[in-house]
Design a protein. Structure first.
Length: 535
């Protein structure tokens, strides 16, 4: 009812919460333009289900906080100061509430502005911008001249109207979109000014610039008349079309934004960082378990009692690596893929935020790459196996680039090379995994159990299983009792199908038994007299 009074009040007093739904590309814009080197690639992001995780993490945050959280997950490494700020916000609920109230107006934003602030330099206004006032004056003179000259003066009126319409046709939609950008800037700067008024340590870096933020708001604010009922739809439209008010405002405010771009970037960075800290603190208060992550060596990893925050009632599971990676086996449906995603998500959170969803954690801060969801592509004409080959080639290239930069990486791989026959799958998987594990930390799960002895020199075998009470645990060794055929009966295939499958399994087991000694098969040892299979 009193929406026209909103410009008179600080951000968030009367402003309704909109939580406009932004596209993923909008959320990623800050990282794309100003985020620095990415620590994970797009497929790894999708494999670890980081989109639904960021949706959960950023609940109640504006596009500014969402973009900052996305940037941190992609490329940032948490500093001690950032971790301490989050802990303070977790422990001090009144402080967090006052900061959230100051930032509440940000949630009215419906246009992302990272592209404006960090993208291409704003083009200068055309030279004729300062002469636009002559057109409305010429229109008035042309209309007045009709009283003196008569109907021939109508040609002059028509000519001026054509010029006005030509300019509006060229810049009308652009100025409309720019007005939405100005609205976003207004919300940002009002939040900046509101934070500057708070006398708390968390906003000390805002206080010296609150006056400047309010000055820019005044420069981009529309006339109060535009907020009065009927004025915006009637008088304002005539003012735009006859007096070019919207076009002159467009050029004037773009010039102002270009002149203040450094301040606006700094304001964006500070406000977005604070809102991201608030979101992270709110999220950690809601999760069942979390801890501050300790930093381990490049070939060490220890996650005690870890859980996945997106799984309600998740059972804690512990995972440890020392000196070499891990080959994980387990029955169908027991949770191997979930285990890999849980490890991956905790590694990302440790680097980006300094926290893990675990009881205790010591993890390496490494680049993380995965291969977990390769699929057929009908549109791209790519079969499953070709998709797997493409991803494996990408992983090997990433491994080479990280090794050349004297850095290690961590690779998480689930069911490599499912798209070809059993023997070729094992052979190709052994070659790729052994090459990756020679210089980097690798965690892989597979139903091809023969890979375990082939890779035992670089991947420690672990099995996901249930204890006597039914709880999940990781135990050393390789799966002994498979359940693929047993599931046939459970899923209603009938005893006949199950019996036939069992006979085929027994026959194959006699012909493709695990080798007693696989040592040396994957080694490139010129002193070994045995024929080296992979050289």
């Amino acid at each position: 009812m009193f929406s026209f009074l909103q410009p008179l009040f600080p951000a968030g007093v009367l402003a309704p919460v909109l939580d406009y739904p932004f596209a993923r590309s909008d959320v990623a814009m800050l990282q794309t333009l100003a985020g620095g080197a990415q620590q994970i690639d797009r497929q790894t992001w999708n494999d670890l289900l980081l989109d639904p995780y960021t949706d959960r993490l950023a609940q109640g945050s504006s596009i500014f906080g969402q973009q900052e959280l996305h940037r941190r997950l992609c490329s940032s490494q948490a500093s001690d100061d950032a971790i301490e700020r989050t802990l303070v916000l977790m422990d001090d609920a009144p402080l967090a509430t006052s900061l959230q109230r100051a930032c509440r107006g940000l949630r009215q934003t419906d246009t992302e502005i990272a592209g404006t602030l960090y993208g291409a330099v704003l083009a200068p206004a055309p030279w004729w911008r300062s002469w636009l006032w002559l057109l409305p004056l010429a229109l008035l003179l042309a209309i007045a001249s009709t009283w003196l000259v008569g109907w021939p003066a109508l040609f002059g009126v028509l000519a001026v109207c054509v010029a006005l319409m030509a300019i509006q046709s060229r810049y009308y939609e652009v100025s409309k979109q720019w007005e939405r950008t100005l609205d976003s800037l207004r919300h940002l700067l009002k939040a900046h000014a509101a934070l500057a008024r708070l006398d708390v340590p968390a906003t000390a870096h805002f206080r010296g610039s609150g006056t400047q933020a309010k000055k820019i708001v005044r420069g981009i604010e529309r006339s109060l008349l535009r907020y009065l009922p009927m004025v915006d739809t009637v008088v304002a439209e005539y003012g735009d079309w006859l007096l070019l008010k919207n076009i002159t405002r467009y050029f004037r405010t773009r010039q102002l934004v270009a002149a203040q771009i450094d301040f606006l970037r700094d304001s964006f960075s500070q406000v977005a960082a604070l809102e991201a800290d608030l979101a992270l603190a709110r999220h950690l208060r809601e999760v069942p378990v979390f801890c501050r992550a300790g930093v381990a060596g490049p070939r060490e990893l220890a996650l005690q009692g870890m859980v996945h925050p997106l799984l309600p009632g998740a059972v804690p599971l512990s995972f440890r690596l020392q000196d070499r990676g891990s080959f994980i086996s387990g029955q169908n449906g027991i949770g191997k893929s979930t285990l890999l995603r849980t490890v991956g998500l905790n590694l990302v959170c440790a680097r980006a935020f300094g926290f893990c969803h675990a009881q205790s954690a010591h993890v390496p801060l490494l680049r993380l790459y995965s291969s977990m969801q390769s699929e057929d592509s009908l549109a791209g004409g790519e079969s499953l196996y070709l998709a797997e080959l493409r991803r494996a080639r990408e992983l090997l290239a990433l491994a080479d680039s990280d090794a050349e930069g004297e850095g290690a990486a961590l690779f998480i791989i689930d069911e490599i090379f499912r798209g070809t026959n059993h023997l070729e799958s094992i052979s190709a998987a052994a070659a790729v995994l052994h090459t990756l594990a020679a210089r980097h930390l690798v965690i892989v799960s597979s139903h091809n159990l023969v890979l375990a002895p082939l890779l035992e020199d670089c991947l420690a075998p672990w099995c996901v299983q249930r204890d006597a009470a039914g709880a999940l645990l990781l135990a050393p060794g390789v799966l002994q009792a498979t359940n693929g055929i047993a599931l046939l009966a459970e899923r209603g295939f009938g005893s006949q199908i199950e019996d036939k499958a069992g006979r085929v399994f027994d026959w194959l087991s006699g012909h493709m038994a695990q080798p007693a000694d696989c040592s040396g098969v994957l080694e490139d040892d010129k002193q070994n007299d045995k024929q080296n299979v992979l050289t």
